[in-house]
Design a protein around this ligand. Sequence first.
Ligand code: CU
Length: 158
Amino acid sequence: MRSTLRKQTLRRGSGRATALVVAMAFLVPIVRPGSAGAQDHTTEIKGLTFNPDQITIRAGDRVTWVNRDSDRHDLRGDGFESKPMANGQTFTVEFPEPAQIAYHCIIHTYMEGRVIVLNPDGSTPPATAGEPEAPPAPSTTTSSTRPPGPLDGVPIEH
Ligand SMILES: [Cu+2]
C-alpha cells in the first residue's frame, strides 16, 4: 500500500513538470515566431545606402545584400567581405552567433550598416569593440555571387 502511494505522489509531481514544459513549448512560438528555423533576410543597396541600414536577426539567420545600383559595391564587416557586386548581384552571409556587426562599403566608405544578431533570449548583445576592418573569417561567410570571373581581383574603375 505504502509503495503505491509513493508512486502516485511521484507521478503527480512529474505530471506537473510535464504540464509546465508543454506550456512553455506553446509560449515560445508566440513570443518568438522566428525561432522555428533559420530565416533569410534581404538588404537592398540602392542610392548609395543600405536599405535597411540596420537589420535585426536571430543566430543562424542569413542576410542577403542585393545591389540595385549601377555603381558597384563591396561590403566589409567583422568576419565577412564581399567581392565587388555589380547591379543585380548578391552577397549572402550566415550569422551563427549573437553579435552587433558594423559593416561598410569598401568603395564608398561612408556607406555604413549594421547587423544585430540577437541573443537566444531576444536581448541585444553589446556592440563588438573589434575593428570592422578585421580580417575576414571565411568560416562564417557564404556567398551566392556568381562564380569567380575574369573581373575578380581587378581594380574597379569608378
Ligand atoms: Cu558602395
